[in-house]
Design a protein. Sequence first.
Length: 281
Amino acid sequence: MQTRKISQIIEPQYAMEGAGVLLQRSIAPRATNEFDPFLLFDHFAFNNPKEGPILGFPTHPHRGIETVTYILDGSVNHRDSLGNSGLIGPGDVQWMTSGRGILHEEMPRRGPSGNIYGFQLWVNLPSHLKMSKPRYQEVKASTIPVYEKDGLKIRVVAGVVDNVSGPVTEIAASPLYLDVQLDPNHEWIQPVKRGHTTLAYVFEGEGVFSDETVSAVRMLKFEDGDQIHIKTENNPVRFMLIAGAPFKEPIAPYGPFVMNTMQEIQQTLQDLRNGTFIQND
Ligand code: CO
């Protein structure tokens, strides 16, 4: 069994998105596709109640991708062109497969603590699913299994830990998406399929990944191998472990769309202009 070493440590950069939402971005869609099948990872954290109103993400389109919203504090009010609406609350996950197209708005709201805290991951779709029918998997906090063992606590959203499977299934990238907490002076080994792109977003505390100590907040990318090995010393650590099968296709990212060619992007813009972007069948 080969333990994966860290190949890259990324410091998240501040970015302004939507109607003026300040967030920390560690990966963004690029034609180089170096995190294939993952395209974007944003971390939003508002903890100053004196901050202005949260303007959120007014109606915008997506095509060719999946957006995964995971809320830890506060909530996001969501509404879309297919008639879906609802609140993504603390501990909930929304795994949205845009396929050929949705229009939605995403409006963060403060919880009783005054905080808003969460992540959005974008996962690519392979060419044969980019124009598929849109699909949602709404997962309430209470239905996400928690794996607990000797200083370890994992919320299993997608993939398998030991004999515990996450509720999000039938995703093209066969992802692993875990929220992992490890107490001080403990260790954990998790098998990850060889060839799958593997990332860890360290957002609290400090841990030793393979043989390198990493403190929050950092995105890590791992080399290939069969497993990841994490241990803690005096501090606890909390991180998102994200892995998935790369599609190895060319990509053409353009704002909220990720297609395979620029012609498909032109077609997308034309569909928006012609009013043929949304098909409710
Ligand atoms: Co969106």
